[in-house]
Design a protein around this ligand. Structure first.
Ligand code: GLY
Length: 582
């Protein structure tokens, strides 16, 4: 794209041998090596055949083992998803939900499996309001009522059944073994549990699961066994979805709901089904963006912002220059303002998706952006469309040797969800009901204002920001990525895409570059460490309310597919991420 001749020559003469990706030597031995620019400060990991990039090492390695054993990317993604439920309890899950975007190489098409949680039949629009009509945040975030009907088990098994090639037993065996035999507690796991210890200890079952008998935390290097979780996984291996949504596991969920005042019934569990949806499509220059449709807002707004931004020569402005960040911020404000008005579950609400991702609408919105002046959020209303951590969640990306790609984001909502575990099952309940608008036009846990289309209704899926995304170039997958971070997911994925597509960064550099976030309300521009003081000063002088608050934004897990090689990058903003490949 914008690659200079000097860079091209350098790329042609520089050869990479990446030792830390097992098996990367196969193609080197044949005298063919990937081209990488050693002048770049961040280098991706490289593999020839297959790769899993995710938030935790053991689960990523399980995914690649599945592919070495003959499985495809979907088999690996399902095995990784179940393994993360064992190794990464803050967001890996059986009790949550998510979205899996799949590129099917043989069929030259993409599909999206929506396994987002659903509101139980007993849910009501005012279920989180107290006697004075105020939102009871404890009920919304940390009670049995916080849980939507889990979708993960049904979603992963649906993917396996439709698009995988292995048996349930094969893809679940590694997770069962890890839960049964135990895993060695890593720095990251120790840190994650300790950072939520106070609230986890409040729930007797979570205390029993995550801490030693005396209540102390497992140390780094200790072996942590999860026999209850192994039994639940075994039920799923033996009986499929019925092993979770029926039988003993379902009975335990329902008993816990009854004991704790929750709403999920045996009928809700038996009725849960994932939905296969058509992904959204957009274009940015020569790239085709394949993105997640509602009930996630992610794809709509990523495409909308790319539509707005492709009217500018961003590369000429310079990466992370004040001019670039100003235009990025203004596009974010416009998109997030629309999110607050229009987005919700399309099975229940009219959402003007086509209008929001229409380039003609973006052209009109572009005219609202002043070139050197921030428009206060108070002066931005949701557009008139025609026609129509802490936050947590986790993402992993998989590619196989046949060209299939899986981009999967799933979550319990907050880290460790509601922090309530179902006795005898080894898993936590999500608190995804908090992603609904408890009162329309008020802010949720992420400060996101949400509208009537996202009001609570029985059987409805709460609006999400999860954004597993695949970018095609010349009709073939070129980049697959996603991130956790609640409201920050959308802006994080947008910037990773722009860094790669517009600024020609390799996938590791694209992940490492400092990011910003603005979500319209509150009118605050979050900026990560690494954006220069000069730039921040210029942004302030344009009227932006810059907040450098010391936090990081998102955690991408990405694979770039170029020249028949796989380039992987796990975001270094959190410990423990891993690129496994061969
Ligand atoms: N629970 C965060 C999201 O779905 O956006």
């Amino acid at each position: 794209m914008h690659t200079s001749p000097v860079t091209l020559i350098r790329q042609l003469i520089l050869i990479l041998a990446i030792a830390c990706v097992p098996g990367a030597g196969a193609r080197e031995a044949a005298g063919q090596t990937p081209i990488i620019d050693f002048q770049e400060r961040f280098l991706p990991q490289v593999a020839r055949h297959a790769m899993v990039v995710g938030p935790e090492r053991l689960a990523a390695e399980i995914g690649t083992r599945i592919m070495r054993a003959g499985g495809n990317a979907v088999d690996a993604a399902v095995a990784t998803g179940f393994a993360l439920a064992v190794t990464y309890p803050r967001a890996g899950n059986l009790g949550g939900g998510g979205f899996m975007l799949i590129h099917l190489a043989r069929d030259h098409r993409q599909t999206l499996i929506d396994y987002r949680e659903k509101a139980p039949a007993g849910a009501t629009a005012d279920m989180f309001l107290d006697a004075n009509g105020a939102i009871d945040r404890m009920q919304e975030f940390f009670s049995h009522r916080s849980a939507g009907v889990p979708g993960t088990v049904a979603g992963l098994l649906y993917a396996l059944d439709r698009y995988g090639s292995m048996s349930r037993e094969q893809v679940l065996a590694p997770a069962i073994a890890l839960a049964q035999e135990g895993l060695t507690v890593s720095f990251a796991l120790n840190f994650e549990i300790n950072s939520r210890a106070e609230r986890l200890r409040l729930n007797p079952e979570a205390r029993r699961l995550f801490f030693k008998a005396d209540g102390s935390a497992y140390d780094i290097g200790d072996t942590w066994r999860q026999p209850d979780l192994a039994r639940t996984l075994q039920q799923i291996a033996e009986h499929g979805a019925e092993g979770f949504y029926g039988g003993e596991v379902a009975r335990r969920i329902v008993a816990e709901m009854e004991a704790g005042g929750g709403l999920i019934t045996a009928r809700d569990l038996a009725a849960y089904r994932p939905v296969e949806r058509t992904p959204l499509r957009g274009r940015f220059r020569e790239f085709e963006i394949v993105a997640t449709p509602p009930p996630s807002s992610g794809g709509v707004h990523i495409i909308q912002m790319l539509n707005i931004l492709q009217g500018y020569d961003l590369a000429a402005m310079g990466h992370n220059s004040a001019a670039y960040l100003h235009h990025l911020t203004e596009a974010m404000k416009l998109a997030y303002a629309d999110r607050s008005r229009y987005l919700g579950d399309t099975d229940f609400a009219e959402v003007p998706v086509a209008a929001l991702i229409d380039p003609a609408y973006a052209a009109r919105q572009r005219r609202l952006i002043e070139p050197a002046r921030a428009t206060p959020s108070a002066n931005i209303a949701p557009g008139r469309v025609l026609g129509g951590e802490s936050t947590d969640t986790t993402h992993y990306t998989v590619a196989d040797s046949a060209g299939n790609v899986v981009s999967n984001t799933y979550t319990l909502n907050f880290s460790f969800g509601s922090h309530i575990a179902v006795p005898g099952t080894g898993f936590l309940l999500n608190n995804e009901m908090a992603d609904f608008a408890a009162v329309p036009d008020t802010a949720n846990a992420y400060g996101l204002v949400q509208g009537a289309p996202n009001a609570i209704e029985p059987g409805k899926r709460p609006l999400s920001s999860m954004s597993p995304t695949v970018v095609l170039r010349d009709g073939r997958p070129w980049l697959a990525t996603g991130s956790p971070g609640g409201s920050i997911i959308i802006s994080t994925v947008l910037q990773l895409l722009l860094n790669a597509m517009e600024f020609d960064m390799n996938v590791a550099a694209a992940a490492a570059a400092p990011r910003i976030h603005h979500q319209w309300e509150p009118d605050r521009l979050l900026a990560e460490q690494g954006i220069s003081e000069d730039t921040l000063r210029l942004l302030r002088s344009m009227g932006h309310q810059v907040d450098t608050g010391g936090r990081t934004l998102g955690r991408t897990q990405s694979i770039m597919l170029r020249d028949d090689w796989l380039f992987g990058a796990t975001d270094t903003r959190r410990p423990g991420g891993w690129v496994a490949g061969y």
